[in-house]
Design a protein around this ligand. Structure first.
Ligand code: AMP
Length: 432
């Protein structure tokens, strides 16, 4: 199937071509025809599947087609709600790219910055609004934004919005939407409370599911190193130094941890930057900007801050910490191997994280390949676990593995570790 087969307006096809997309991704192939018929849609998909284009393109098509008849100041007809500012900005960029040969306009609003510039951008009227929930409600409460003319609404990354405590904001926003509208609901996972939320917004809907397995097993080459907590920074330095040209995204579970990783890398003369909730919006955008431009090779991020990251040439994701929520692992490794590209995701697992690994493997229904020995092994259990296995796909793994003689620093102390496998399992993740 090609984009032409989908029956999209010519200016949109031209923009898609200019983006270099040749064929629709599975979610686009399935969702775009449904959305063009103005049906509601429940999309179970993570970022990296091409879902932004899957929802933006049909909305632009409708706005463009109907625009020929409308006169006067533009009213907001499409609303896209997304959890983070990075994601909002990125959706805005994509929306602008796909609509560049039409007269369809959009603006992006998010919190953490002064509202005046955003208010000024809204003043002349706009077709589509991309917003984070808090700032949207704020401007609605000040009567700067009205949802009365909304015809298309998208709730993006619904599970993440709930995780971030936006449930009440979302319910208030939904309550203000006109009854007659097309609703789109996207979530990477579908736990019970998300199903309930989806029922509030969707009418008679069709469902499209792009399984995380597709994203993980087929496109991302995964691997795991067993390593002690103390040796994680050294192994990280080693892996980065092995690939001086690679653009590497390192995940840390906490903001504090992310800052510590940046410091450790600096001590090894590796330049990196951290993005997380305690960093100012300007600092986050700046770090992301230099990383995307390829001027900075290593970015250290917490899960929420990383949600909006879309870097074309991201070659390696390193999970410095394993997440205690298995779905988060799928989100993280989805940062590499975007759309049709392939990528590598390497995870570090210390003794206390074994239970998390088990949960992840249960979710993705495969074993994450053990990458074998590394230069910083010091534990008998690590050595026992480190037996290399066959990779999950048929690509060569050789460049993932340290060379045979690289275990020179090995110290095989038979230190017994306290096995607290399950102690952290159900604790809520410390997030930003
Ligand atoms: P998303 O899941 O929306 O975050 O998109 C992931 C990445 O895939 C983005 O970098 C898009 O530009 C890219 N992309 C979206 N659709 C296609 C396509 N049909 N062909 C190639 N790349 C695409």
């Amino acid at each position: 199937m090609t984009f032409k087969d989908l029956g999209l307006a010519l200016p949109i096809l031209k923009a898609i071509e200019e983006q270099g997309y040749t064929t629709p991704t599975p979610i686009q192939e399935q969702a775009i025809p449904i959305l063009l018929t103005k049906k509601d849609l429940l999309g179970v998909a993570q970022t990296g599947t091409g879902k932004t284009a899957a929802f933006s393109i049909p909305i632009i098509h409708h706005l463009h087609t109907n625009q020929e008849h409308s006169k006067g100041k533009k009213r907001i007809k499409a609303l896209i709600v997304t959890p983070t500012r990075e994601l909002a900005i990125q959706i805005g960029e994509n929306f602008t790219a796909y609509s560049k040969h039409t007269k369809v306009t959009n603006t992006v609003i998010f919190g953490g910055v002064k509202q005046q510039r955003q208010v000024n951008a809204l003043r002349p009227g706009v077709d589509a609004l991309i917003a984070t929930p808090g700032r949207l409600l704020d401007l609605m409460n000040q009567n700067i934004i009205s949802l009365r003319d909304i015809e298309y609404v998208v709730l993006d990354e619904a599970d993440q919005m709930l995780d971030m405590g936006f449930i009440h904001d979302i319910k208030k926003i939904i309550a203000k939407l006109p009854a007659k509208r097309q609703s789109l609901f996207f979530s990477a996972t579908m736990p019970k409370d998300i199903v309930e939320l989806s029922k509030r917004i969707l009418g008679n809907f069709e469902r499209v599911t792009i399984k995380p397995k597709q994203a993980t097993a087929e496109r991302v080459e995964q691997g795991i190193y067993f390593v002690s907590k103390a040796n994680k920074p050294k192994l990280l330095v080693h892996l980065i130094n092995e690939r001086p040209e690679a653009s590497v995204l390192v995940f840390s579970r906490t903001k504090h941890g992310a800052n510590k990783i940046v410091k450790k890398l600096a001590q090894a003369d590796i330049n990196s930057a951290a993005i997380h909730g305690n960093k100012s919006q300007t600092a986050r955008q700046k770090a992301l900007g230099v990383f995307k431009e390829g001027k900075l090779n290593v970015l250290v991020a917490t899960d929420i801050a990383a949600r909006g990251i879309d870097v074309d040439d991201l070659s390696l994701v390193i999970n410095f910490d394993l997440p205690n929520i298995p779905e988060t692992y799928v989100h993280r490794i989805g940062r590499t191997g975007r759309a049709s590209a392939s990528g590598i995701a390497i995870s570090f697992c210390m003794a206390e994280e074994r239970a998390y690994l088990k949960d992840i493997e249960k979710l993705i229904k495969q074993q994450v390949p053990r990458l074998g020995e590394h230069p910083y092994m010091e534990d008998a259990q690590e050595n026992a676990e480190a037996k290399p296995q066959k990779p999950s796909n048929n690509k060569s793994r050789n460049n993932n593995r340290p060379s045979a003689n690289s275990n020179r620093n090995r110290n095989s102390s038979n230190r017994r570790r306290k096995n607290n496998r399950n102690s952290n399992r159900n604790k809520p993740e410390k997030r930003d």
